[in-house]
Design a protein around this ligand. Structure first.
Ligand code: DHB
Ligand code: FE
Length: 306
């Protein structure tokens, strides 16, 4: 087998085997390698182009930014669209729409009952309270639901990823009360942009694309017997609301803002002057199996299976 043409080489790569291996991994790798061989041939990829791409992939991995690329190339939203389609087919499209987790969730945020200050007592923008209930699709309140909330700081950075921020800054966990209520105080975050001078920004510059997300707040809501809900809300009025680099905004998730709300009743959140409020209920589906109730975020699920 000293001499091979392209087709013979591909056949060998795709069929070599000394053990069963993992059939799913074999099938997916065969398909991807076949498609890449085809791309290289049809697009006449030069050796320099190929090795430049491999260097970029290595640097991307080292930078920990793979999750930024998957979002920006539409894969995170694709996975959501496919789950929405499966729900439609199964007649269970209901409740609050899902929206991508994004690459910046961190488990283990400090937990409080029913209300909290996500901003840790340091107002850094327009004072904002979000409140409502967690409900199931029958409209019943969900007591003791656990809600992770996370958002960017006043310059668009997330703690644990952006230098100079405290651990769990702008990350909190709220446990709903007996009537499913939650509320928190924070500030209205600005939009987000991919880090400059990074493997991610290199690709988006080469594609002639921006790397901006409109202002948003992330949620991961977990409750016994209910399907884990990963979603985001969007703040209306943002320039990028219909031009999100991660393709993740959804109509049902753009909240209404009430301005100049009277502070009465919000003293426990340190509010003494009129503020901005949004009321929003999270509606969770019944879980069909235990896996759907899993509290684990996407990377925790991957490592649990390893
Ligand atoms: C990315 C950042 C986010 O804050 C987010 O919610 C989704 C994606 C990103 O950089 O890819
Ligand atoms: Fe985000």
């Amino acid at each position: 087998m000293a001499e091979l043409n392209q087709a013979q080489l591909l056949e060998l790569v795709n069929t070599k085997q000394i053990a069963a291996g993992n059939p799913r991994a074999r099938a997916l790798t065969q398909r991807i390698v076949t498609d890449l061989f085809k791309t290289i041939d049809e697009m006449d990829v030069t050796p320099d182009e190929f090795w430049k791409a491999m260097d970029w992939l290595s640097r991307l991995g080292q930078s920990g930014q793979v999750g930024l690329i998957t979002a920006g190339l539409g894969f995170d939203r694709l996975i959501d669209i496919r789950m929405d389609e499966a729900d439609q087919k199964a007649g269970r499209a209901a409740g609050t729409p899902r929206a991508i987790e994004g690459p910046l969730f961190v488990a283990g945020a400090p937990t409080t009952q029913w209300e909290t200050r996500v901003d840790e007592g340091e107002p850094k923008g327009e004072i904002f309270v979000m409140e409502g209930q967690v409900l199931d699709t029958d409209g019943q309140p969900v007591a003791n639901a656990m809600m992770d909330v996370w958002h960017a700081n006043e310059v668009g950075g997330y703690s644990h990823f952006f230098p100079g921020m405290k651990p769990y800054e702008l990350r909190r966990r709220i446990e709903t009360d007996a009537q499913g209520h939650y509320r928190f105080r924070s500030f209205l975050p600005p939009g987000y942009g991919i880090p400059p001078n990074s493997p991610t920004s290199e690709l988006f510059e080469a594609l002639g694309r921006h790397g901006k997300r409109p202002a948003h707040i992330h949620f991961l809501v977990v409750a016994p017997g209910l399907r884990t809900l990963t979603t985001q809300i969007n703040i209306p009025g943002d320039t990028y609301i219909d031009d999100d680099f991660a393709f993740a905004t959804r109509d049902g998730l753009i909240v209404e803002l009430e301005k100049n709300v009277a502070p009465t009743g919000y003293e426990s959140l340190g509010i003494t002057a009129p503020f901005t409020r949004s009321r929003f209920n999270f509606v969770m589906q019944k879980a069909l199996n235990e896996d759907e109730t899993s509290p684990a975020a996407r990377m925790a699920r991957v490592t649990a299976q390893a």
